[in-house]
Design a protein. Structure first.
Length: 167
């Protein structure tokens, strides 16, 4: 089983999350930062996971473009879609649904919101101002959801067994 994890990160959280996810998959696993590295030939992968983070309600444009440009290939893979964000519950779920094309969300084996972090060391002046005003947070905080990462990987690793309906 060959796995590709493609992602975009603004301040490093999605990269950390993608790296943590990688350890749960056997076989060959390639991590590709869509902002820095070229997209490899997708046909050589059995499983593709796409991740990005939410800023002002939107996932990175590079993630959106990757999905729309490769939509037909992605639909035919074992697909996983995730976001990193600081909203939780229903609000996070709405952001996830807005981040990816509907047809990919429908065909994905697993979708998830994997938490996030505010990293003040990496933010510019305006980003700090927005986070302080909107989230009312003025220091770095990490809320990466390690349990959700594990659950997401377990869903991706689940093997469909038609005989399970007969036991
Ligand atoms: C300027 C700014 C705007 C943000 N807007 C949102 C938002 O609209 N919704 C949300 O859930 N999280 C928001 N976040 C939190 C990010 O999604 C969170 O910091 C995430 O972990 C970033 O991941 P990255 O470091 O991989 O880019 C925002 C963060 C910043 C700095």
């Amino acid at each position: 089983m060959k796995t590709l994890i493609t992602y975009c990160t603004t301040h490093g959280c999605t990269e950390k999350t993608a790296t943590e996810l990688k350890q749960f998959f056997g076989g060959e696993v390639l991590l590709v930062n869509l902002k820095k590295e070229p997209v490899p030939d997708l046909s050589s992968f059995d499983r593709i996971i796409v991740g990005g983070s939410i800023h002002a309600g939107q996932i990175q444009k590079k993630v959106k473009d990757f999905c729309t440009q490769n939509i037909d290939v992605l639909k035919n893979k074992e697909l996983g879609l995730f976001i990193c964000c600081m909203e939780e519950g229903e609000k996070a779920e709405i952001q996830l649904q807005d981040a990816y094309p509907n047809s990919l969300l429908q065909s994905a084996k697993a979708t998830a919101c994997l938490g996030g972090e505010f990293n003040f060391n990496k933010m510019n002046f305006f980003q700090k101002m927005i986070v302080k005003k909107v989230a009312k947070v003025d220091d770095s905080v990490s809320q990466i959801n390690h349990d959700a990462i594990k659950r997401f990987s377990q869903q991706m690793n689940q093997i469909f067994n038609p005989f399970m309906f007969f036991v």
